[in-house]
Design a binder for this molecule. Structure first.
Ligand code: ADP
Length: 159
């Protein structure tokens, strides 16, 4: 079974990494799909976000990292997947994700949206929190994968 894990990943955090690591166990192939989402005014370009994810995961046969634009439902169909997996943090994620899941079901009735509960250690963690801390020169150790920490700081920290 192919699963698609979509998101902005601006940048990838240990919360995303936790979902990726656990999701890959329940499928044959996980496609990490970086949405361009220009409306969100991302700090990192799509290419930079993909590089940070690839740098974190290394070369793996069971994970593919790519970008997508347009409707998620169309992308999922194109890659031959039947389901997407989303991470769920607090109640605030639920309302938005519930709406997206129902809209996608309406667009593509054969596509399922699965939810994986965050690990308790990462329930407070978001890319926007990481950006805010890094921009102000704070310590992001433990929040993003260690191998990308310097790169994220370099890009965001004020000098
Ligand atoms: P954000 O910008 O809010 O950090 P993304 O749009 O990159 O998130 O999120 C992609 C997916 O990863 C979403 O399903 C989101 O709920 C999930 N996710 C983000 N952070 C976490 C976390 N700390 N724990 C579990 N899931 C998460």
């Amino acid at each position: 079974m192919i699963l698609v894990y979509p998101g902005s990943f601006d940048p990838i955090t240990n919360g995303h990494l936790d979902i990726i690591t656990r999701a890959v166990y329940i499928c044959d192939k996980l496609i990490v799909a970086v949405g361009s989402n220009e409306a969100k005014k991302p700090a990192f370009s799509v290419e930079e976000r993909i590089d940070l994810i690839k740098c974190t995961l290394g070369e793996r046969d069971d994970i593919m990292v790519t970008s997508f634009s347009g409707l998620l439902a169309d992308f999922v169909k194109k890659v031959g997947a039947k389901a997407v997996i989303k991470g769920l943090r607090a109640m605030s994620d639920f309302e938005y994700e519930f709406q997206m899941a129902l809209l996608n079901k309406n667009l593509e009735p054969d596509m399922e949206t699965l939810f994986m509960m965050t690990s308790v250690n990462y329930s407070y963690l978001s890319s926007s929190a990481v950006k805010e801390i890094a921009k102000n020169g704070g310590n992001i150790e433990g929040l993003v994968p260690e191998c990308i920490r310097e790169k994220v700081m370099k890009k965001l920290a004020c000098r």
